[in-house]
Design a protein around this ligand. Structure first.
Ligand SMILES: C[S@@+](CC[C@H](N)C(=O)[O-])C[C@H]1O[C@@H](n2cnc3c(N)ncnc32)[C@H](O)[C@@H]1O
Length: 261
């Protein structure tokens, strides 16, 4: 149940960012485009964009494939996407943990920077495999442990609350993905360092992406001004000679195939 409540809050957080998302999404644009190289050439396929957000990539998928579905848990993200994107796309409001698809019915599930929000991940992967046809593909990117380590360690100087979500290691991901039901055909890891003018710029970008929701910790309030000030002072340790503040994103991209039963 806490996981379900957490998903509702994630949906709200992303929903409130639906209008600022596209200008704050340089990382998502990069990783989503890289994933396109894993897409199959056949066009007579049913493709789902899982966690479609503002629908930027759903639009590209719809230009290639016979049937494209954009699925997201956030009503506001979906209304934004529906208004802006191709009228060929079918939009579905649903939780990735309860996909409204029959068993063995989908050819490709594409998902750009979504599954890092999904906990427990093994249950989600089971649901994705249930919906995919045997031989169907799950094409995804996610973030690994080490992501936002500058922000994490700057906060660690101030208090021991959680200010950045937990990301899985590559080994944990492989253990969940590569098993008797599915095989990881390809994967890659890359550390991207994005540059920010200051810590507020980073915080605004995370907020603009809706990526600022941390599961509620008992008895913890929001960080006050003093704590924020201390954290930004600690972040200065990472400041580059050019005065730029770096933030690292450890990106994992993968191509998974569902094996025959
Ligand atoms: C970082 S955005 C990525 C959006 C899009 N894939 C892109 O590349 O721009 C994450 C999206 O995943 C959606 N999301 C998060 N958890 C979800 C869940 N359990 N089920 C469906 N969508 C989810 C959010 O609402 C949000 O729109």
């Amino acid at each position: 149940m806490p996981e379900v409540l957490n998903r509702i809050k994630i949906a709200k957080s992303f929903g409130s960012a639906s209008h600022s998302y596209d200008v704050s999404s340089r990382l998502q644009r990069y990783t989503g485009k890289k994933l396109m190289s894993f897409l199959p050439n056949r066009t007579d396929l049913t493709v789902v964009d899982l966690g479609s957000g503002t629908g930027f990539f759903t639009d590209i998928l719809a230009s290639k494939y016979q049937q494209t579905i954009g699925l997201d848990i956030s009503t506001k993200m979906l209304s934004f996407a529906q208004e802006k994107r191709s009228k060929q796309i079918h939009w579905l409001e649903a939780d990735a943990y309860h996909l409204p698809f029959q068993d063995n019915s989908i050819d490709v599930i594409y998902s750009n920077l979504v599954i890092q929000w999904c906990d427990p991940l093994d249950i989600l992967v089971k649901e994705i495999l249930r919906a995919l046809k045997p031989g169907g593909l799950f094409i995804f990117s996610t973030l690994l442990d080490g992501t936002l380590h500058e922000l994490k360690s700057s906060w660690a100087q101030v208090d021991d609350d959680k200010h950045v979500i937990d990301f899985k290691t590559a080994e944990q991901l492989t253990a969940i993905l590569d098993n008797s039901s599915s095989r990881l055909l390809e994967h890659s890891k890359v550390d991207l360092v994005l540059e920010y003018e200051n810590v507020i710029h980073l915080a605004r970008e995370l907020k603009g992406l809706g990526a600022n929701h941390i599961p509620k910790q008992k008895g913890k309030g929001l960080a006050g001004k003093d704590k924020w000030q201390k954290m930004t002072e600690s972040y200065q340790d990472f400041q580059e000679p050019s005065d730029i503040y770096p933030a690292t994103y450890c990106v994992y991209s993968g191509l998974l195939v569902k094996l025959n039963d």
